[in-house]
Ligand binder design. Structure first.
Ligand code: SAH
Length: 217
């Protein structure tokens, strides 16, 4: 099967995945529609495409993973996206989460610390027709100050602490979603109340690859 070919089989599996996510408590219509639309098997090598709609994280090379569909849906739902929200994603990885954000109507800025992954994923995202997603190579701990402030920030790696630079790059009233803690992470949503005050909400526990300092060539 050619790599970029959708089929009734894959569409059926995608529909089943969406039903499973509904059963696990995902209710946001735009999130469910995005997951129903985006062919997750495009992000897999042909050998593993049959696993693309399992609700599991999967290795994508460079020791990294494409997040579990439930995790992607859960984090995206917590963002409560509005059309044209400016969103910064930390950890581009495969590009799947970035594309789900774009499908939910967000203007997406995404940053990856691994040069090899960035070099693969940036053109891949464009090839799938999402040229408007802006990809950056750099250290997510520093964010992308040149395009700040953001309505929403989503960190897709386990953070040992919440980076001050990212808090600073958030708009007042904006949300930052972060899996906090290295072994198991608690999903946290910060709301920026004033320039220096934040409200913190705690949600379920998840497992993520670690958010690492600096870049990797
Ligand atoms: N959002 C991705 C998930 C990838 S896993 C997806 O949908 O596929 C987490 C990613 O975060 C990895 O690619 C990892 O290299 C990246 N990462 C880890 N620490 C980072 C940092 N400090 N800055 C930017 N990216 C980082």
């Amino acid at each position: 099967m050619p790599k970029f070919e959708d089929s009734f089989l894959m569409q059926g599996k995608r529909k089943a995945l969406v039903d499973l996510l509904k059963g696990k408590g995902i209710t946001d219509k735009s999130v469910l529609e995005a997951i129903a639309k985006v062919p997750r098997h495009y992000f897999f090598s042909t050998t593993f495409q049959s696993h693309a709609y399992d609700d599991k994280a999967f290795p994508i090379g460079e020791g990294q993973t494409i997040s579990q569909p439930f995790t992607v849906a859960y984090q995206t739902q917590l963002l409560e996206l509005k059309r044209m929200d400016k969103v910064l994603e930390i950890g581009t990885g495969s590009g799947y989460q970035a594309i789900i954000l774009a499908e939910c109507g967000a203007r997406v800025f995404t940053i990856e610390r691994q040069k090899n992954l960035y070099d693969i994923t940036k053109p891949f995202i464009a090839d799938l027709g999402y040229e408007k997603i802006k990809c950056f190579y750099g250290d997510g701990y520093k964010g992308i100050p040149s395009y700040a402030p953001y309505d929403k920030i989503i960190i897709t790696a386990a953070a040992p602490f919440i980076p001050e630079d990212l808090k600073a790059q958030l708009k007042i009233g904006g949300y930052l979603i972060v899996p906090l803690g290295e072994e198991t992470s608690t999903m946290i949503r910060l709301t920026k109340l004033t320039e220096h005050d934040f409200k913190e909400e705690r949600f379920a526990e998840f497992r993520f690859v670690p958010m690492l300092e600096g870049t990797k060539k």
